[in-house]
Design a binder for this molecule. Structure first.
Ligand code: HEM
Length: 120
C-alpha cells in the first residue's frame, strides 16, 4: 500500500530518530523520568519502540516485543503518566519536522492503546 503513515513519517530512517528522541524526552520529563532511569537495557526498549512504530504504521518490519498489556502490566501507570508519554511522542515528531496530519494519526494510535497501558 502506498502513502502509509510509515512512508509519510519518512520510513525507517526517521522512525529510528523518533524512537531515540522519544526515549530522550522521557528521560528529561520530570513526570516520568524515574520510570525510565531504572530500565536496564534502554537500547532494547528503543529498538522495540522503533519496531512497534514501524509495524503499527504500515512498515515492513515485524514487531518482536511484548504486547502492550504484558509490557506495562504491574507498573500501575497513571493517566498523567500516559499523557506525558503521548506529549513526548508528539514533541519528538515536532523535533523531526513531521506534519500535523501525521501527528494527529499518531495521536489516535497512541490514544487507542490507553486501555492496555493505564493501571493494568
Ligand atoms: C502510547 C503509549 C505507549 C506505547 C506505544 C509504549 C510502548 C512500549 C514498548 C513498545 C515497549 C517495549 C516492550 C518490550 O520490551 O517488549 C515499552 C516498554 C516500556 N514502557 Fe511503554 N509505551 C507506552 C506508554 C508507557 C507509559 C505511559 C509508561 C510509564 C510512564 C511506559 C513505560 C514503559 C517502561 C518503563 C518500559 C520498559 C519496561 C522494561 O523493559 O523494563 N510506557 N513501551
Amino acid at each position: 500500500m502506498k502513502n502509509t503513515l510509515y512512508d509519510r513519517l519518512g520510513g525507517a530512517e526517521v522512525i529510528r530518530k523518533l524512537a531515540n528522541d522519544i526515549a530522550e524526552n522521557h528521560l528529561a520529563n520530570p513526570l516520568i523520568k524515574t520510570r525510565f532511569e531504572v530500565v536496564e537495557n534502554m537500547d532494547k526498549v528503543k529498538e522495540m519502540v522503533f519496531e512497534f512504530i514501524c509495524a503499527g504504521t504500515g512498515g515492513p518490519q515485524t514487531y518482536t516485543g511484548k504486547d502492550m498489556l504484558s509490557a506495562h502490566k504491574g507498573m500501575n501507570v497513571s493517566e498523567q503518566e500516559f499523557i506525558a508519554v503521548v506529549d513526548d511522542i508528539l514533541a519528538a515528531m515536532d523535533q523531526n519536522n513531521i506534519g500535523e496530519t501525521e501527528k494527529n494519526e499518531m495521536l489516535v494510535i497512541a490514544y487507542s492503546l490507553k486501555g492496555e497501558i493505564i493501571r493494568v
